[in-house]
Design a protein around this ligand. Sequence first.
Ligand SMILES: [Fe+2]
Length: 196
Amino acid sequence: MKQYEVKTFSIPKVDGISEKAMEIHLGLYAGYVKNLNAHYTALRSLCEKGPGDPTVLSAVTRRIGFELAGVLNHECFFSALENGPSACTEGSPLHAQVIKQFGSFDGFVNGVKKTAEVMRGIGWVLVVHDKEKETLHIVWVSDHELGNVNLPVVLAVDMWEHAYLLDYVPAEKGSYVDAYLQAVNWKTVEDTFVAR
Ligand SMILES: [Fe+2]
């Protein structure tokens, strides 16, 4: 099996999110990649030897789901910040879909923000795309994977406390979400939407 590798991201200074918070966050992402690879190694060993104690196998496979979703969500989160903010292109497939479903782009962004503000516990607000049904969904996922609806992710807003607690108190997490959404390079999200 090919090992997962830590990706690098070209992210300029984000207004409202400190460089220290971003540096720590990127380090945590690298930890997910490391843990994912370690658990795949453990799984291979269990498979070669025979699964043995089922509680060990189930713990490893359960953890792989957690770590893998952590890696993929973080890669979507950081890649949307690459090369700095840009507006969504009017008339692009993503823009047209948003207008059709939410009436306005601001309404859609507000829906993402409000979902983040009302969610409890650690997790993510994900915008996922059902290509067959031509529908975007804004979903709230706990941990990294609990409640995931198994559709491609086009935008991922990290709502773990590690994402904002260095810069904001919990009651101010809406300001962190604002900072993230204002820093998004929507042209990247447009490309992701079309590709997925
Ligand atoms: Fe995170």
